[in-house]
Design a binder for this molecule. Structure first.
Ligand SMILES: [Zn+2]
Length: 227
């Protein structure tokens, strides 16, 4: 499925695969994902990282997920050139719990964009299908890690039927996005729960140990203009 039509700063294709699509057959820059916060420039190698970015038209980048949130970002750089990124955010990535300096992968991705001269309010962005608050039962240590983020609000968790907390991971990332100055008018998120939709989506927690969907993005080449 493609990201719903939202304004984008340059021509691109981006979206989220489902179990009905064979995106593995499409050329894609891969990562060896480790539930961390490392973000690298796509290079043709398969680095150990959980996010990648590119400024090159025609290079399809992606992250593989089956409950974690795939995050897509697209923004202009100074001078108007394109920049896209795809990030993998489970609770560890979203909270940055394993990072000595703190800050999750969305915060790191936006910091990287800023370091290249980008303005976060220019970013078009989308969170993809993931385990949503209806099914994302977690331990208290997860809530404790999320509370360290300055954008945390207590209404992002609620007690589940087994009296353990359920975390709203999409809501948590959207709170971070607002805190980072991203524009809710450029949000093309798809709020489908991987556990609720076995007809459409893979879910590790529901029992799919190998199937994954992709969050992917590709800058489209712009046709040369002739006077
Ligand atoms: Zn659900």
């Amino acid at each position: 499925m493609l990201v719903p039509a939202i304004p984008t700063p340059f021509p691109l294709r981006w979206g989220f695969s489902t179990r009905l699509e064979d995106v593995e057959a499409s050329p894609m820059a891969h990562l060896s994902q480790v539930h961390g916060c490392g973000i690298v420039e796509a290079s043709g190698a398969v680095p150990e990282a959980d996010g990648q970015w590119t400024t090159q038209p025609g290079v399809r980048i992606g992250v593989r997920v089956a409950d974690c949130v795939p995050i897509l970002l697209a923004g202009p750089l100074p001078g108007g050139g394109p920049w896209i990124a795809t990030l993998h955010a489970g609770w560890r990535g979203a909270t940055g719990v394993a990072e000595p300096s703190g800050g999750g992968i969305l915060r790191r991705g936006v910091a990287l964009y800023r370091s290249l001269g980008g303005d976060p309010s220019d970013l078009a962005w989308a969170l993809g299908p993931a385990i949503l608050a209806c099914h994302f039962e977690v331990g208290e240590e997860v809530i404790d890690a999320a509370r360290r983020d300055p954008a945390w609000r207590e209404d992002l968790q609620h007690p589940g039927p087994r009296s353990r907390p359920h975390l709203d991971l999409h809501g948590f990332l959207k709170a971070q996005a607002a805190d980072l100055g991203m524009d809710s008018g450029k949000d093309g998120s798809v709020a489908l729960c991987t556990v609720c939709r076995p007809d459409l989506l893979w879910s590790w927690r529901r029992g799919d140990k190998s199937g994954r969907q992709w969050g992917w993005a590709e800058i489209l080449p712009t046709a040369p203009t002739h006077d």
